[in-house]
Design a protein. Structure first.
Length: 430
């Protein structure tokens, strides 16, 4: 009697032994794929780097986990020659449009697509609901809350005889913006998991929040101003919600693309964990509209300014740090990851964010408000999935991913954990 074998093919087009540029194609060996994410990262010269190419004619559907550029930024390139079905949540569609538009303003010279291709992608989007299966050819596609930012989803692809689960960026800790990811009862033969923090454990969120609030109070009660450079999408709104809960009467201002992102989130209450806190922040705090507002804020005392960009790469944050950084009573509180070769990392390591900038005199602190699961949360997700046979680590620096693999080797077996590079094609039969 012939035994039918389940066949799984996975192509790592981006995110292999690197953070960012996520792009994973999954199929059943037929030569047709569901493409999960198609993002960008940046080289040392700040030029965008796209994933490896895949023929759009081989893609039955493009599924986007969330709206950060390292997961959606290259997607319009697929629409220069085709009209693929695209799947994402409704808020990801709106946020993605905003993020790509800003990306094109900054990096359009380097990009192999134009606004018409972005529009075509958006025209081909089907807005998905968590927990519902969408069928394309031989495949079923399901989104599960990823806990990363509002609208983010893990993606499970049903290949008929087998299932592949792709986490995208995932967080298991509930925040004011998003409830934590859960995989109780979820089945998958292969799990493709991010390993951004595969070698580290985040401090308890309550401790970080308490330290942050106490530090902010110290500065503003001493007559200083606090600058909080933060990612426009996600981190800013989390900080705003925290301040709305703990310091609702404070003089809080938010500036840059944060304004538009917040408006989009407010218009999608179904994706916000504690919606009342976000709306309270919008009601209590003030958005900065122009340069006149900025001048008045930096001349004042006891102000809290949440401003893009989180790594000080442009945005109004650079204006504020120049105006506030020379007084010891002020503070710069970093709440976002500071990537190598960014002004924020340089500020943290050298005390200044650019060659021509003076040394920072203001108080400088970094707080770990990560929206990625630490190694314990990631390991628990792997432990939770039913009938799991293989684990593939992506979205992780080499040293970090090797550490994460060693940990998972103990859990699921060394031969069952893979840490591939970009361009690898993995075949499994069960």
């Amino acid at each position: 009697m012939k035994i039918h074998m389940a066949r799984i093919e996975i192509k790592v087009l981006g995110g292999g032994r690197e953070v960012g540029r996520a792009a994973i194609a999954v199929g059943n060996g037929s030569g047709m794929y569901v493409l999960m994410d198609y993002g960008v990262n940046f080289n040392e010269r700040d030029e965008p780097q796209l994933p490896l190419h895949i023929k759009p004619s081989e893609v039955v559907a493009l599924a986007i986990t969330h709206a950060h550029l390292d997961h959606i930024g290259a997607a319009p390139f697929l629409y220069t020659t085709s009209q693929l079905p695209a799947l994402m949540t409704s808020i990801t569609k709106e946020l993605g449009k905003l993020m790509i538009h800003d990306f094109m303003k900054l990096s359009g010279y380097y990009l192999p697509f134009e606004q018409v291709d972005v529009d075509l992608m958006l025209d081909n989007v089907s807005e998905v609901t968590y927990g519902k299966i969408y069928e394309y050819g031989d495949y079923g596609v399901e989104f599960i809350n990823a806990g990363h930012i509002p609208g983010s989803g893990m993606i499970r692809v049903d290949l008929g005889d087998a299932k592949v689960l792709y986490t995208g960026d995932v967080n298991t800790v509930p925040t004011r913006l998003v409830d934590g990811a859960r995989l109780d009862g979820v089945e998958a033969d292969v799990m493709v998991i991010e390993g951004t923090y595969g070698n580290s454990t985040h401090p308890p969120r309550e401790e970080i929040e308490k330290e942050f609030i106490e530090s902010v109070k110290e500065v503003i009660e001493g007559g200083g101003n606090v600058l909080v450079p933060a990612f426009s999408l996600g981190r800013s709104q989390e900080i705003m919600s925290l301040l709305a809960e703990k310091l609702p009467e404070a003089n809080v201002f938010y500036d840059g693309m944060i304004r538009t992102v917040t408006e989009i989130m407010v218009s999608h209450p179904e994706f916000i964990n504690r919606y009342n806190l976000l709306t309270k922040a919008v009601d209590n705090f003030k958005s900065v509209r122009n340069s006149g507002d900025r001048r008045r804020i930096v001349k004042g005392e006891g102000n809290i300014i949440i401003s893009s960009a989180g790594m000080l790469k442009g945005g109004p944050a650079q204006y504020y740090i120049k105006k506030l950084g020379d007084k010891r009573k002020n503070a710069v509180f970093l709440v976002s990851y500071q990537a190598p070769n960014t002004p924020g990392r340089r500020l943290f390591e050298e005390g200044k964010f650019a060659d021509n900038a003076p040394l920072l005199k203001a108080r400088l602190q970094w707080f770990d408000f990560s929206s990625h699961a630490g190694v314990d949360g990631l390991t628990n997700l792997v432990r939770t999935v039913k009938n799991l046979k293989k684990v593939i680590i992506v979205h992780s620096d080499p040293e970090v991913g090797i550490h994460f693999k060693e940990r998972l080797d103990v859990l699921v077996g060394e031969e069952n954990v893979l840490f591939p590079t970009n361009g690898e094609r993995l075949l499994f039969e069960f």
